[in-house]
Each structure stands twice: as structure tokens, then as C-alpha cells.
Design a protein around this ligand. Structure first.
Ligand SMILES: *Cc1c(COP(=O)(O)O)cnc(C)c1O
Length: 381
């Protein structure tokens, strides 16, 4: 009851459909089979909560999880079973060897210095340490150069120091199926992989999962597609996972010539009915969506944002709604059937990833799983 009353009083509600998340995992797993399907849950599972997302994916059969930082591994480890592997995409921060080994996480070694620090720590312990090896096949972001990896493959001491789980690379243009660099990167990666016979290969992020099977290797690493964002033109069958509604704080009618919001950037061209909504840039709603760029929706009707987005609120023009259609205290939709993450990203001049990961911690979260809804209050996640 206490939770319910808080949903009634909360300013905004972020709905997270864990059933849809699990269905998306199945879609991706079917798509890349017989390769296995892992899950990238970095940045607190793209902002949605790594514990609940990780646990739902684990129950759907996922056994390989990827986070960016070692600090992200601990909450995830508590949420998944001991038979899951947690890979750290950033590899080994300086002096983190002991904590990484103690956590039982598997660093994705990205540079020669990371390799040599992990090997030195293994020599100190007297047994080989688990690792993935990341090859830079042409993106110039993270990973060993091909020749350095080939030299490492030939080093006989390596086997006693590194227990390699995975050989990995990352595509720069996986979301563009016709981009020639995908094949070029694959060729570089395969040349290196030939020196590591039998080692499982991992290439595909979400976009890569929708490329031909040659890009799937033995383990795919989708992230954003799990959360219902289409990673490219060939993506099919993904279900939206998030929904965002925010409350009407106040409704007013203004006369032509009246200014709205900071800087009075919007001046009403005619009489306008406005609703001030409890959603701002501190809630992850981009400030760039102010002054005519974005909108809220109510019963299929677009309500354009007018004036600048404030920290905790924004204002929409509700003149298109019948007078009695929307009242103070009711909710309007920002993400849902009328407006997708991709739509918002388009309006804000960014990508759906950025909108999703910034949704922030202040919303009440409604987690739906097995047709039951659970409320997680702001600050509790
Ligand atoms: C973030 C990331 C992924 C997941 O990417 P999506 O595009 O979200 O599927 C996979 N691999 C690496 C190395 C990453 O950094």
C-alpha cells in the first residue's frame, strides 16, 4: 500500500518491461544460434538497473555478461548465478589486478600493458588467470594491434599465465550492413584468430547480430537491442522495453504575446493552453528538446514542448486537446506507443543509446515481469 500511494504521488514513472527484455534476448539468441548470446549490461544496464535486468536475463539462459568497469561487476554478480561469467570491457585499471582476481571477473585485456600486468599477477599467484583478449581490427578505440596479438600467441610462457576465454573484436559500423569496413575488420580478426586455434570468438554487438553468421563467432554481445532499440535496418521483432510518463503539475491559458520559460524563448503566437510537466534535464530529458524540438503525447495527440526545458520541468502546448481532456495531476506520455526512443533521439539530434542511458535515477520505476508489477522508488536502485 505504501508503494502504491507513492506511485500515486510520484512525478514521473519509468516502466521497464522485463518480459519484453526477455523476449528480446530470445529473439537475439535465436538469431545468432548456434553461437551463444551474451548480454552487455554496462552503465547499469543502459540505465535500467543491472541487478534486475541481469537477473531476468540470467533466468532466460544468459551466462555471459559484459560491463564496462570493475565496479559494475559486484551488483551484477549478486544478481546472477555462479555459473555466469562477467567480463570487464575496460580491462584492467592500474593496480586493480588483486580486486579483479578476487571478484572473479574476467578482464577484457585491451593493451600490451594490461596483458603484462595480468601476466605478472598470475606469476605472483602461481596459476593462470582468466582473460579475454580484445583485438583492434580497425576501429582504433580499444584492443591490441593484430601483430602484437600474433606475437603473444607465439609466446610459450603465455599459456601458464593467461587462461584465455575469448578472442574479441568490435565493429565500427555494425549498424550499417552495407559498409565495406565490416568485412575488412572481419578479415583482420580472422587472421589473428588463426593463431589462437580453438579459442571462442566474439564480434557482434546488437548491429552485428543482424549481420551474416560469419559475424557471430561463438558468442554475441548485444546491448541496446535487448532494450528494444533497433540496431540497424535489418533488425526485426524487437519489443519496446521502456515507457516514460510524467505528471502535469499545472495548466494555464496564456494570451498572445506572452513569454514562456527561461529566457522567454517561446512567445505565444495566439492564445495557448499550456501544461507544465514534472520532467526536466535532471531526469535525463535532453535540454536540446526545448524551443519547439520535442513533444509529449496524450491519447495519440502530439503536445509540442514550448520554451526551454528546465532542470525539473518543461512546458507543453495542449491547445490541441479538448478542454476537459487533461487535468492537473494526470500523466502524459514521453516514451511509449506514440513516441519511441528513436523518435526522441531524432528530435534531440542524438542516438537512442544516449536517451536511454540518461533516463537517470529520479523516476519511480515500474518493473513488469510475469504480468506482475513491482515499484522501485527513486533512490532505491
Ligand atoms: C557497448 C558494447 C557492446 C554492446 O553494443 P550495442 O550496440 O549496445 O549492442 C558490445 N561490445 C562492446 C565492446 C561494447 O563496448
Amino acid at each position: 500500500m505504501q508503494q502504491l500511494s507513492c506511485v500515486e504521488t510520484c512525478s514521473s514513472r519509468l516502466g521497464i518491461d522485463l518480459d519484453a527484455l526477455r523476449a528480446n534476448y530470445r529473439t537475439l539468441a535465436d538469431r545468432v544460434a548456434p553461437a551463444r548470446c551474451g548480454a552487455v549490461v554496462k552503465a547499469n544496464a543502459y540505465g535500467l538497473g543491472a541487478t534486475r535486468v541481469g537477473s531476468a536475463l540470467y533466468r532466460e539462459g544468459c551466462r555471459a555478461f559484459f560491463v564496462a568497469q570493475l565496479a559494475e561487476a559486484a551488483p551484477l554478480m549478486r544478481a546472477v548465478g555462479a555459473d555466469a561469467t562477467i567480463f570487464i570491457l575496460h580491462g584492467l585499471d592500474p593496480a586493480s589486478e588483486a580486486s579483479c582476481a578476487a571478484a572473479g571477473a574476467v578482464p577484457v585485456l585491451n593493451s600490451l600493458s594490461q596483458v603484462s600486468r595480468w601476466r605478472a599477477y598470475a606469476r605472483k599467484l602461481g596459476y593462470p588467470l582468466p582473460a579475454a583478449l580484445h583485438i583492434d581490427s580497425g576501429m582504433s578505440r580499444l584492443g591490441l594491434a593484430a601483430e602484437d596479438a600474433i606475437a603473444l600467441a607465439a609466446d610459450p610462457a603465455r599459456v601458464g599465465e593467461l587462461d584465455l576465454h575469448l578472442l574479441m573484436t568490435h565493429l565500427a559500423c555494425a549498424d550499417e550492413p552495407d559498409c565495406a569496413t565490416n568485412e575488412e575488420q572481419l578479415a583482420v580478426f580472422r587472421r589473428v584468430a588463426a593463431h589462437f586455434p580453438g579459442l571462442p570468438l566474439s564480434i557482434a554487438n546488437s548491429g552485428g547480430a543482424f549481420l551474416p553468421a560469419a559475424f557471430h563467432g561463438q558468442l554475441a554481445r548485444p546491448g541496446v537491442a535487448l532494450f528494444g532499440v533497433d540496431p540497424g535496418p535489418h533488425a526485426r521483432g524487437l519489443r519496446p522495453v521502456v515507457r516514460l510518463d510524467a505528471r502535469v503539475l499545472q495548466i494555464r491559458t496564456i494570451a498572445a504575446g506572452t513569454g514562456v520559460g527561461y529566457g522567454l524563448d517561446h512567445i505565444a503566437p495566439a492564445t495557448q493552453r499550456l501544461a507544465t510537466i514534472a520532467l526536466g534535464y535532471a531526469d535525463g530529458w535532453p535540454r536540446s528538446l526545448g524551443v519547439g524540438a520535442g513533444a509529449a503525447w496524450h491519447r495519440g495527440i502530439r503536445l509540442p514542448i514550448v520554451g526551454r526545458v528546465s532542470m525539473d520541468s518543461l512546458t507543453v502546448d495542449i491547445s490541441a486537446l479538448p478542454e476537459d481532456e487533461l487535468a492537473e495531476g494526470e500523466f502524459v506520455q514521453f516514451l511509449g506507443p506514440s513516441q519511441s526512443l528513436a523518435d526522441v533521439a531524432h528530435d534531440a539530434g542524438t542516438i537512442a543509446y544516449e536517451i536511454l542511458t540518461r533516463l537517470g535515477a529520479r523516476h519511480a520505476r515500474i518493473l513488469v515481469e510475469d504480468a506482475a508489477a513491482e515499484v522501485v522508488l527513486p533512490g532505491d536502485i
